[in-house]
Design a protein around this ligand. Structure first.
Ligand code: SAH
Length: 380
C-alpha cells in the first residue's frame, strides 16, 4: 500500500489495515508524517519513541501534540509479534516462541553471560538449507521475515527483559547474533533493513561490532554484507572437504569450499579486530578427527579467524551424536596450537530446546488429515 495515497485525510474507512511502524526506516516515518503535514523534526521524535523508548501507545508520546497523537493512532500501530510461549532455562537462557500476524511462529533466544547478553534472532520462518544436523531444517514451511518481524524480535525481547528488571544497556541486550531460524543471506534485503534500524544510534544503538551474522555460505552475498552492514561474519563451516560438506551442508553443492574460503578471505574488514568466526559442529566420528582439525587449519591459513566448536545439540530423531569431550579437546588443541582461538561453545538452554540447531517452532501447518487426526485424539 502506498503511504501517499491520501489515506490520512479523511480518516481511513473502518477496517482498513493500520500501518505498523515497527520495521519502517526514517524515510517511512517521514512519508507518514509528511502526509500529516508535520515538519521534518517530528521524524526524530517519533523514531525515538518507537525504537529508543520502545513504547507501543501513541498516547504516551508527550512531545507530540494531542491531535497528532490521535491522527497517528487512527492510521498507524506499533505492533510486535505476539508471545505464544516464553520459557526460561535453568541456566538463565530465555526463549520466546512468537506468533506472527499470519499465524506462523518463530523463535528468539536470549543468552545472558558474565560480560555480555546476546539475543539470537531469526531471519526466516523455517529454513530451506536442510543441513542434516539442524532441527530447523526439518520444518516444512519457509518464508522470509519482514524487517518489522526481525526488528520486532529485538524490541519484544528488550521490553520483556526490562519488565523483568533488567537494565537498558549492559544488562539488557548487548549483542545480536543472526543465528536463529533461517539463512539470513537468503533474506538479505529485509535483514539489512532491520539491522540498519537496530544499529541506528538514536534507536536501539547496538553497534555493528556487536552484531554477528551467521551464514551457511551464501557466497554471492557475503561481500555486500560486509560492505553495506559492516557486521561481523560467522560462517557455518562444519566440514573441511567437499564430499562431506556436500552431505551435511547441502548448500555446499552450490558454493563449494574453495569459493566459500575465497569469499572469507575477501570479506571486507576481515582484519584481526574483526576476525571471521568459523562455526564447527562436533559430530561424533563424522568430522571430529585429528586429521579434520589439521585440514581445517590448512584450509583457513592466513584468514584472521576464530573457530567456534559447537558440540552437537541433539533433537528428537537426529541422525548424529555429539563428539566425546576428549575428541573435542584434542580437536581444539590442534586448532589452538596453530594460533587460532578455538572456544568450545557451551550449550545453552538445552532443557528448553533453545540451543544451536534445536529451534523448531510448532508452526507447521497441519494438513486436513492431520487436523482431523488431532481432533480425534484431543481430549473432549
Ligand atoms: N543459516 C545460518 C544461521 C543459523 S546459525 C547458518 O547456517 O549459519 C545456527 C548455527 O547452529 C549454525 O552454525 C548451525 O550450523 C548450527 N547448528 C545447527 N544445528 C545444530 C545442532 N544440532 N547442534 C549444534 N549446532 C547446530
Amino acid at each position: 500500500m502506498s503511504l501517499n495515497s491520501g489515506i490520512f485525510a479523511p480518516p481511513a474507512a473502518s477496517g482498513e489495515a493500520l500501518i505498523n511502524l515497527v520495521g519502517l526506516n526514517r524515510d517511512g516515518f517521514a512519508e507518514i508524517l509528511t502526509t500529516l503535514d508535520q515538519p521534518p523534526f517530528r521524524v526524530q521524535q517519533l523514531w525515538q519513541w518507537v525504537y529508543h523508548w520502545g513504547v507501543d501507545d501513541f498516547a504516551t508520546m508527550t512531545n507530540l501534540g494531542k491531535p497528532l497523537r490521535a491522527a497517528l493512532a487512527a492510521r498507524c500501530e506499533i505492533r510486535l509479534p505476539a508471545v505464544s510461549r516464553h520459557e526460561v532455562s535453568a541456566d538463565g537462557t530465555q526463549k520466546w516462541l512468537l506468533r506472527l500476524a499470519d499465524g506462523h511462529e518463530i523463535e528468539t533466544v536470549f543468552i545472558p553471560e558474565a560480560t555480555r547478553a546476546t539475543l539470537c534472532v531469526s531471519s526466516q520462518v523455517g529454513c530451506t538449507l536442510a543441513c542434516r544436523f539442524c532441527h530447523t531444517g526439518t520444518q516444512r514451511l519457509v518464508r522470509n521475515l519482514s524487517p518489522g518481524e526481525i526488528v520486532g524480535q529485538v524490541l519484544l525481547a528488550r521490553a520483556a527483559l526490562m519488565a523483568q528488571g533488567h537494565e537498558r544497556g549492559l544488562r539488557g541486550i548487548t549483542n545480536i547474533v543472526m543465528m536463529g531460524m533461517g539463512e539470513p543471506l537468503y533474506n538479505f534485503d529485509n535483514v539489512a533493513a532491520a539491522l540498519k534500524i537496530v544499529m541506528d544510534g538514536d534507536g536501539m544503538a547496538i553497534s555493528k561490532r556487536r552484531i554477528t551474522l551467521s551464514t551457511a555460505g551464501v557466497v554471492p552475498l557475503m561481500q555486500r554484507c560486509g560492505d553495506e552492514l559492516g557486521v561481523k561474519l560467522a560462517v557455518s563451516l562444519h566440514a573441511v572437504n567437499d564430499p562431506l560438506r556436500d552431505q551435511i551442508v547441502p548448500l555446499n553443492k552450490k558454493y563449494p569450499l574453495a569459493e566459500l574460503i575465497a569469499a572469507c578471505r575477501a570479506y571486507p574488514g576481515a582484519k584481526n579486530s574483526r576476525r571471521i568466526t568459523f562455526e564447527y559442529v562436533m559430530l561424533r566420528d563424522v568430522n571430529d578427527s585429528r586429521a579434520d582439525a589439521k585440514a581445517l587449519v590448512q584450509l583457513i591459513k592466513g584468514i584472521p579467524a576464530k573457530i567456534n566448536l559447537i558440540p552437537f545439540n541433539p533433537w528428537p530423531g537426529a541422525p548424529y551424536e555429539r563428539s566425546s569431550d576428549d575428541a573435542i579437546e584434542a580437536f581444539a588443541a590442534i586448532v589452538r596450537d596453530a594460533g587460532y582461538p578455538s572456544p568450545v561453545r557451551s550449550p545453552r538452554g538445552e532443557d528448553i530446546l533453545a540451543a544451536c540447531g534445536q529451534l523448531k517452532s510448532a508452526s507447521r501447518r497441519l494438513s486436513a488429515v492431520e487436523r482431523l487426526a488431532a481432533d480425534l485424539v484431543a481430549p473432549a
